[in-house]
Design a protein around this ligand. Structure first.
Ligand SMILES: C[S@@+](CC[C@H](N)C(=O)[O-])C[C@H]1O[C@@H](n2cnc3c(N)ncnc32)[C@H](O)[C@@H]1O
Length: 243
């Protein structure tokens, strides 16, 4: 059994599952306490300079733009390119009000057509777990960074903590899957969420993955609230000597 079968939703089908669920996405994540605040925390952890004019930022897997808004909140002067493989998620993002410095591109991370670096920072929020080759795509994103540029991976990781796994299972069974089914009439994506998180890297493996993709100075931090030790920021730097 490979990882895709174990999670119940082949990775190639994930963007189209998001297409189907796009209209519910903002409502459901809005019901998750701390969702937007945690995205802003991870964006702040990129450690961008106070004056963000002239910076170029990339939001990888931007969905409906929640992570793009988090980036914009910490870097109002930056130019932000946000991409996603789901046309419907992207349509929701584009329909929001953005400054002219924010642009959206429809592409899977595996292709990245019309996305050209170098960027000063990359934000990848809740993307990595959905990919068939996370290390390969991390490497691809690193090559888009300027030397010394940073990535913030914002992701669920419960494998290394029994308490985190227990809490995650309980919240999925008691809240996320029933609420997803009630709201959308179909629990496929929410069951995928539960299983893909359970099947994804522990924090140690995720840290190693960033190293394997060529990042240095890899650091982690978690968030507050019920998602403590469940949601993490993993930061990495594109070493200054590579380009
Ligand atoms: C859970 S959403 C996260 C959206 C946003 N970053 C946020 O924090 O709300 C995951 C997004 O990753 C996108 N995605 C999944 N696989 C992808 C791929 N191979 N390339 C680009 N985007 C992908 C999905 O379409 C979806 O919009």
């Amino acid at each position: 059994m490979n990882g895709l079968e174990r999670d119940g939703l082949p990775r190639a089908d994930v963007p189209s599952a998001f297409d189907t669920e796009a209209r519910w996405y903002d409502r459901l994540v809005g019901a998750n306490p701390g969702y937007h605040e945690h995205l802003r925390l991870s964006a702040r952890r990129l450690g961008l300079p106070a004056d963000t004019r002239g910076l170029r930022l990339l939001d990888a897997g931007c969905g409906t733009g929640a992570s793009t808004a988090a980036l914009l909140s910490v870097a109002p002067g930056a130019r932000i390119t946000a991409f996603d493989a789901s046309g419907e998620m992207l349509a929701r993002a584009r329909a929001k009000t953005w400054p002219a410095t924010v642009g959206f591109v429809h592409t899977p991370v595996e292709e990245l057509s019309d996305v050209e670096g170098p960027f000063d920072a990359v934000f990848a929020s809740y993307l990595l777990r959905n990919l068939a080759d996370p290390t390969g795509q991390l490497r691809r994103l690193r090559r888009l960074l300027r030397p010394g540029g940073r990535i913030a991976v914002h992701e669920y990781s419960v494998q290394d903590s029994r308490r985190a796994r227990w809490t995650w299972n309980a919240v999925c069974a008691g809240v996320i899957i029933p609420l997803g089914r009630l709201t959308t009439g179909d629990a496929t994506l929410y069951r995928h969420l539960r299983r893909s998180v359970l099947g994804f890297d522990g924090l140690g493996a995720l840290t190693q993955r960033l190293h394997d993709a060529g990042f240095t100075d890899v650091r982690t931090g978690t968030v507050a609230g019920w998602q403590r030790d469940i949601v993490h920021t993993v930061l990495g730097t594109n070493p200054p000597e590579t380009s």
